[in-house]
Design a protein around this ligand. Structure first.
Ligand code: GRF
Length: 197
């Protein structure tokens, strides 16, 4: 079966991107990571992509007059590389409804909470402040409502009594690296099944 062509968008560390790249090395993985795009030149993940033979693109959002102009450049970059699925992995720019509509059903995100709990930022701090007993992460489809698209996979972790935001984040991150490749495989597999019939 033909593999789905995936573009990963990052803004920083890129550990989820790395987990996706590692998973995609398996011959039977249903997706190929064809490019990694960052809106920040210093994103550590860009070096990892280059070192692994994946095209790494820097598109500086500050170089564009508007969010729409930035997104047009992003869209052109992805479509010219025949990307079929976008995986957001710590991409810190809010995308407009227009851009999202152009990728409906073909754009995923990983969020560090058990959605619908704790949409937005500082999820670990907020879970601890609430005395939550469990926390986790969610891979979901991206829709125009922030962190509210249909859930693909979630993973739960316990919150321990001596947790700090950092220790909790580390426990959640391990699960992120486990479920994101699985969720992408599910979506890539179903996209390919639909296009080959
Ligand atoms: C992760 O916690 C992810 O859930 C959130 O941003 C963080 C990105 O980390 N969306 P990394 O760049 O993948 O290491």
């Amino acid at each position: 079966m033909k593999k789905a062509r995936v573009g990963i968008l990052i803004s920083g560390r890129g550990s989820n991107m790395m987990a996706l790249v590692e998973a995609a090395r398996a011959p039977d993985y249903p997706a190929d990571i064809v490019c990694v795009v960052s809106n920040r030149a210093d994103a550590a993940g860009l070096d990892f992509a280059r070192a692994n033979g994946i095209e790494a693109c820097f598109i500086n959002h500050k170089a564009y007059a508007s969010r729409e102009d930035f997104e047009t450049a992003l869209d052109n970059c992805l479509r010219s590389r025949r990307v079929e699925i976008i995986a957001l992995a710590g991409f810190m720019r809010v995308l407009t409804a227009r851009f999202i509509a152009g990728w409906e059903g073909r754009m995923l995100n990983i969020h560090p909470s058990l959605l619908p709990a704790y949409k937005g930022l500082h999820t670990h701090e907020r879970a601890l402040a609430d005395g939550a007993k469990t926390h986790g992460c969610t891979v979901h489809h991206v829709t125009a409502d922030l962190d509210a698209g249909p859930v693909i996979l979630r993973a739960e972790v316990p919150v321990l009594t001596d947790d700090t935001p950092d220790t909790l984040a580390a426990r959640v991150l391990k699960e992120e690296h486990r479920i994101y490749p699985r969720a992408l495989a599910t979506i890539a597999g179903s996209l390919q099944a639909n296009t080959s019939t």
